[in-house]
Design a binder for this molecule. Structure first.
Ligand SMILES: NC(=O)c1ccc[n+]([C@@H]2O[C@H](COP(=O)([O-])OP(=O)(O)OC[C@H]3O[C@@H](n4cnc5c(N)ncnc54)[C@H](OP(=O)(O)O)[C@@H]3O)[C@@H](O)[C@H]2O)c1
Length: 234
């Protein structure tokens, strides 16, 4: 069995890589810095900057005849939270890496898949348009819409699994200087992700308490919701 994992060099992606190796998969592991992935048996390390969409298309073509069973689109960036209006280049980079590169990567792989799974790693941040992380929230919300379209386009043979994690301890959250509710350790976070993949969950958000809190927040009248969001931005 063959799996492609983006963002496999660190954090959630690296933990997933270890677990897929244990299951006996060959792993095509994508990241910019793949030094730590070279010389691992059953891992083919592919150095790729997902911001370079032409290169992503080239890698997609390379992977298209590799009989891929599972693609885990995990890599993403999150710029430091900022109350400033996001410069265009930062916004574009986030959308390119977190969203457009996913379709570029899948473009040549999916037409050659007869069955299998596409896993998208979204975020609970997709459910709220946080003013201090505009491009991240926007990229992940776009991903939710993409997941819904893709799931119904590829059903029933290819399962599309969209996962919305809350805060997990990785390099991505280490730079956050604000309180992160229900922060999870890496292993517990990846346990939930693995569960969602094994059970073919169409959409899986966790931790549940945080998810339901956000659902309730989204039921507030818009004027009250906006007042609270503006407080966060100050
Ligand atoms: N951690 C959380 O609390 C949390 C919560 C919700 C959702 N998520 C989502 O979970 C996924 C994994 O997050 P994480 O916390 O594991 O992040 P992380 O620790 O920052 O790791 C990010 C991974 O993506 C790769 N990457 C970053 N930019 C890249 C680029 N331009 N081209 C290719 N690879 C790139 C990195 O490798 P290189 O630097 O070597 O390229 C690294 O392997 C992301 O989609 C994130 O949005 C995370």
């Amino acid at each position: 069995m063959n799996v492609v994992i983006t963002g496999a060099s660190r954090g959630i992606g690296y933990e997933l890589l270890q677990r897929y190796l244990k299951k006996g998969y060959k792993v095509y592991a994508i990241a910019r810095n793949v030094q730590n992935l070279k010389n691992i048996p059953n891992v083919e390390a592919i150095s790729l900057d997902l911001a370079d969409l032409d290169e992503v298309l080239r890698v997609s073509k390379y992977l298209s005849d590799k009989k891929i069973d599972v693609v885990i689109c995990n890599a993403a960036i999150s710029l430091p939270h900022s109350p400033s209006f996001t410069p265009f280049e930062d916004f574009k980079k986030t959308i390119d890496i977190n969203f457009l590169s996913i379709h570029a990567l899948l473009s040549e792989i999916v037409p050659n898949m007869k069955s299998g799974k596409i896993v998208l790693i979204s975020s609970l941040a997709s459910l709220v348009g946080a003013p201090t992380s505009m491009p991240y929230s926007a990229s992940k919300r776009a991903l939710n819409s993409y997941a819904e379209s893709l799931r119904n386009l590829l059903a029933p043979n290819i399962k599309v699994i969209n996962i919305l994690p809350g805060f997990i301890k990785t390099d991505m959250t280490a730079k956050n200087d604000f309180y992160m509710p229900f922060l999870m350790d890496l292993k517990s976070g990846v346990d939930r992700i693995e569960y969602a993949i094994e059970k073919n969950k169409k959409e899986y958000a966790f931790p549940k308490r945080f998810y339901y809190f956000i659902k309730l927040f989204n039921l507030l009248p818009l004027s009250l919701k906006d007042k609270l969001l503006q407080k966060v931005a100050k």
